[in-house]
Structure formats: C-alpha cells, structure tokens
Write a protein that binds this ligand. Structure first.
Ligand code: ADP
Ligand code: GN1
Ligand code: MG
Length: 365
C-alpha cells in the first residue's frame, strides 16, 4: 500500500489487522478508496476519501455539515427503529477525536463505514429500481424537513444558482484558458439561446411562490445505495453539498442522471433520450415520500427542475472543458465536452416532450 495512505490510515480509529486500500466507485469529485481490514474475526470494509479541495475550498466545513446532518438523521432513524449504520453515513473518528485527518500535504481525508449489502448504479436497470431511488431521495427530503438550515455552511457558493453558472460559463469563454473555444460554438449557442430559462426557479423563489428547503443538491443516481437483494434505497450518500436549496434541484438532478437512455458521457448522441416511463417512475417514488409537504407550485416546477439541472450541468461540463478540466475528473480527451453534449441533448428532448412531462406530474399529484 502507498506509504502516504498507510500513514493517514494509521491516524484513524480502525480495527487492528492487515489493510488493503483500492480505488473505488465512479464519483467525479473526491478520491475514493475502499479499505478492507482483515481482523481475526474476518474482515471489515470502509470508504476512505480525500475531499477535493479545489471543489470544496473549506473542507472542514464540509465535515461539520455532515456531522450535523447525519446526527439529525440518526435521531430520526432511531425513532423509527431503523439501522443507524446502514441508513445514513457514519464517519469514523480519528485518534485525536476529530472526524477527519489532515495529511502532510494539507489535504483532508475522512473515513465512513462501508454500507454492506448495497450497490450504487449509474443508470437504473428497471423502472421499479428508479422508482425506489425516487422514494429514497423523497424520503431524504422529508426527513430533513425539520432540520434548521441556519446550521449549515454553504460548502459551494451558488452551487445551483443557474444564472451565476451561466455567467461563469461566459467568463470561461472570455478566458478561453485551454484554447478550445473554436470547437464548442454549437454548444455555446445552445446555452445562449437558453439564458432566459436560467432565471425561472430563482424568480419563483424571489416571488415567494416556492420555499427554500434543506436539500441534497447532488442527487445523481449513484449517490443512493440500493439494497443488493430488494433494490430498495438504503442510504443516501455524498452529503458534501447538503445545503439550503429548492426541491426542484433534487428531483431534477435525479432525472438528469437516471432518466436518460444512455450514459452521461455517451458519444453517440442518437442513443441519448429522456425516458418518459423512467421520468414517471421516479416522480411516483419521489412524490409518494415527499409530495405531501410540497406546495402546488413546487410540484408544477419539477419538470423545470429537471430541465434546469440538466442545462446547468451541461454548462458546468462545458465551462470545465474550456477551463482545461480542473473540476470534474476526466478519463479521456474531450470527456467534459462529451458530457456537456449529452446534457444538451437531454434538454432538447425534455422540451420536445414538455406537455407530457407536465401531464405526468399532474396525474401523480
Ligand atoms: P464523489 O463526490 O466523488 O461522487 P461519493 O461520496 O459519491 O464521491 O463516493 C463515490 C462512490 O463510492 C459512490 O458512488 C458509491 O458507489 C461509493 N460509496 C461512497 N460512500 C459509500 C459507503 N459509505 N458505503 C458504500 N459505498 C460507498
Ligand atoms: C458531481 O460528486 P458526484 O460525482 O456525485 C457533481 C455534481 C454533478 C455531477 C455530474 C460536488 O457529482 O454536481 O451534477 O458530478 N458534484 C459536485 O455527474 O460538483
Ligand atoms: Mg457521488
């Protein structure tokens, strides 16, 4: 094992035994390792992560948020007779009592208990599975209904401020840092044609039509762990961006990631479509859990949430492509551009099927 990793592991309260640490998962942001400790009784697994300090400039504040949110959720899970080590994340303390370790290079590392017997998927296999994911994210929303938002740090400023995201894209265009501007004219034109849309959700908030809630803000499908056997959503993970937000963000980002007929980085855009049955399945699950607490306007804006989260994510991928791939982890040339293109294709599909999307939400609510 890497000496640096070994040194960091030695500072955490872990069982005694031989250890193995291997890269794990498909996240775009943090460095994730699966750590296995072989003890006399068998083995125990953990998730070890370096919190990305380019993305999260105040990583200790990220930990403070997670401590508060998971403590609150543990209270609710206990009241319902649930399993606190399975239904929410558990930080493993370091030997100094803190829930993280700062390595010699200044980077922050944390360890979670591994939630066994689950899997995370990038695209759902079936409508039933996606409906169960909708239930899990809807339940998460409902469970945090009583959590005081004032306790939370804003870990990424303006995370889902879509007009600000648009502006940052324009700044990236002006800088053209990676010299890639000429090759993205079509994608850029698409964004510019959609500028007016970027304001819709924040205008509704400003006008008092919809409330600010505590939301997850990164409800990509692989951020919920599903029971290996039943497919039921066991644990919502990746809590780094739990902050005040709109319910349309959480609904929308799941649709963006899970109701597509192809991978987020599919190069053949013919394969990329929005699946209406998947959209409906997720909406059914999500609203079954969270629907009762939402006002009529919030429900009506759910399709707009899907469109905005998809457009915004596309703009973020495009901006990162122009900036030279500093934010999202890339594995091949033009990876962020490929990702941006799938998002814009999905937005187009949503627009083509707008009345159907609105109809589905109406029917369910
Ligand atoms: P990123 O911010 O980079 O997406 P995540 O926190 O989402 O990082 O973790 C990456 C992946 O690691 C997840 O998609 C999931 O597959 C896996 N994972 C994370 N935490 C756990 C956990 N406690 N138990 C099991 N798997 C986990
Ligand atoms: C990132 O962390 P991860 O891989 O679950 C990103 C999301 C994007 C998503 C696109 C903190 O999610 O906002 O929607 O990639 N997370 C952060 O796949 O920026
Ligand atoms: Mg993740």
């Amino acid at each position: 094992m890497d000496q640096k990793i070994k040194k960091i592991l030695a500072q955490f309260e872990l069982p005694q035994g031989e250890m193995e640490a291997l890269p794990y998962g498909n996240g775009h942001i943090n460095d994730t390792l699966c750590v296995t400790v072989y003890t006399e009784k068998g083995y125990k697994r953990f998730i070890m992560q370096r919190v990305n300090n380019y993305v999260f400039p105040q990583p200790i504040e990220v930990i403070e948020n997670i401590e508060k949110v998971t403590a609150y959720l543990r209270g609710i899970i206990r009241e319902n007779g649930g399993d606190i080590e399975r239904e929410t994340l558990t930080l493993v303390p370091a030997k100094d009592g803190k829930n993280y370790v700062i390595a010699e290079d200044g980077q922050l590392w944390r360890i979670y208990l591994f939630v066994e017997g689950t899997r995370s998927v990038d695209l759902p296999d079936t409508e039933a599975l996606f409906e169960l994911s909708g239930r899990a994210f809807g339940k998460f929303q409902r469970q945090l209904g009583g959590f005081d938002a004032a306790q939370l740090h804003e870990t990424i400023v303006d995370f889902h401020n879509t007009p600000a995201r648009y502006q940052r894209l324009m700044d990236a265009v002006a800088r053209n840092e990676a010299g890639r501007l000429d090759s993205v004219q079509e994608e850029l034109a698409f964004c510019m044609a959609h500028e007016a849309d970027t304001h819709v959700l924040l205008d509704a908030l400003k006008d008092g039509e919809i409330p600010l809630r505590v939301t997850h803000n990164d409800t990509k499908l692989n951020n919920v762990l599903l029971d290996m056997q039943s497919g039921e959503g066991v644990c919502v993970i990746d809590l780094d961006t739990v902050m005040p937000g709109l319910v349309a963000y959480d609904f929308g980002d799941s649709i963006r990631s899970g109701a597509s007929t192809a991978a987020e980085d599919e190069r053949d855009l013919e394969k990329v479509q929005l699946s209406l049955p998947m959209f409906e399945a997720f909406a059914r699950g999500f609203l079954a859990e969270a629907g009762a607490a939402l006002n009529a306007r919030e429900k009506e804006l759910l399709p707009m949430g899907a469109k905005m989260m998809t457009l915004e994510c596309g703009m973020r991928f495009l901006a990162d492509h122009l900036n030279g791939d500093k934010y999202f982890r890339v594995h091949r040339e033009n990876h962020n551009l490929d990702r941006a293109r799938t998002q814009f294709t999905l937005v187009r599909h949503m627009e083509e099927h707008w009345d159907e999307l609105m109809g589905i939400i109406h029917k369910i609510s």
